[in-house]
Design a protein around this ligand. Structure first.
Ligand SMILES: *Cc1c(COP(=O)(O)O)cnc(C)c1O
Length: 347
């Protein structure tokens, strides 16, 4: 019997032995008092890496975005956001539930961007009829796609011209950075900093491709992070000896950024292996996510395909289409097996 291959998400990775070692050795303190040296060092490190004054370590990416939205916007304010953005669609409506902040979703163009003309159209006039538009929230990568840097620059400049702040949900910022680095020849750290430079705040996850068991960071100005810190407390996210988790994040930053290129390479192998099927289409991946869309009669059988794969030890999800995500705990042989099984089923 082969081992289970979990392609649902890059969140399923387990800490490596060396990461556990780093967690065991981490000096800790009470982070609610600001006394955890490993958390403090991580916050300084990630803020410095991405070019911000300050950062806040939080348990999840959802809480990071929530802290950002509530620190940027007040009750009755509004943020502009993509229809498929995580901080609009996949976070339980937290900003509305907990912050009385209204989202204004905007449809994505084919490349994942929000048309600049649509952003302008959705900025409300400043009068008593309207919620006050405060913030543009973007995401990179979005569904595994790298959003081009010229667009990030143009959209955030436009936002600033209209008096809006800008937030980047960069849960997979380092995937975007590594993908860009493959073209530019620059170091991924430089690419990450460049991407972050256009935004007033950036959230990054350590628990995705970087392989940590939990944790995200929100970066911004010192004032902004002070407000976010208060919201983190209210949301129940002020932890105590969180250094054990921060140590895993440090380890991920030290050892798991460059290796994201391996995940991207495996995703390309998946894509190549699944190309050319008569009854399914697949898009070339920018990073570590491959989406397989079944066509014609086959489209009725997505759930059957998911079950078929599960019976053979390959775990996937199908929300709108079959999603296959590569990560640290997936290897070449696993991809070969997955491709073989999917092709066999569809042929
Ligand atoms: C995973 C993810 C989040 C939220 O992270 P959690 O730690 O699961 O709360 C936010 N944004 C994006 C784009 C994500 O992929």
């Amino acid at each position: 019997m082969n081992a289970i291959v979990d392609l649902r998400s890059d969140t399923v990775t387990r800490p490596t032995a060396a990461m556990y070692e780093a967690m065991i050795r981490a000096p800790v303190g009470d982070d609610t008092y600001g006394e955890d040296p490993t958390v403090n060092a991580l916050q300084e490190r990630i803020a410095g890496m991405l070019g911000f004054e300050a950062a806040l370590f939080v348990p999840t990416g959802t809480q990071s975005n929530l802290c950002a939205l509530l620190a940027h916007c007040g009750r009755g304010d509004e943020y502009l956001v993509g229809q498929m953005a995580h901080c609009y669609r996949w976070e339980g409506g937290g900003a509305a539930v907990l912050g009385s902040i209204q989202p204004q979703p905007i449809e994505h163009a084919a490349d994942g961007t929000l048309a600049l003309s649509r952003i302008v159209e959705e900025i409300k006039p400043r009068n008593e009829h309207f919620a006050t538009t405060r913030l543009l929230a973007l995401e990179n990568t979005l569904g595994g796609r790298v959003i081009p840097e010229y667009y990030l620059k143009a959209a955030t400049e436009l936002a600033a011209q209209h008096g809006l702040s800008s937030h980047l949900d960069g849960a997979r910022l380092f995937n975007a950075a590594v993908a860009q680095a493959a073209f530019s020849g620059l170091r991924p750290e430089i690419e990450a900093r460049n991407i972050a430079s256009y935004f007033d705040s950036v959230s990054v996850c350590f628990s995705k491709g970087l392989g940590a068991p939990a944790g995200s960071a929100l970066c911004g100005s010192a004032d902004f992070i002070a407000r976010a810190r208060r919201i983190r407390k209210v949301a129940g996210g002020a932890m105590r000896q969180a250094g054990v988790l921060a140590a895993a994040a440090h380890y991920g930053l030290d050892h798991h950024i460059e290796r994201l290129a391996d995940d991207h390479r495996l995703a390309k192998r998946l894509f190549k292996g699944l190309s050319g099927l008569a009854n399914a289409s697949v898009e070339a991946p920018d990073t570590n996510m491959v989406f397989l869309e079944l066509r014609g009669r086959a489209s009725k059988h997505v759930d059957k395909l998911v079950r078929h794969l599960a019976q053979h030890g390959i775990v996937t999800t199908s929300h709108y289409r079959l999603r296959l995500v590569t990560h640290m705990d997936v290897g070449e042989d696993d991809i070969t097996r997955a491709v073989g099984l999917i092709r066999e089923f569809l042929e």
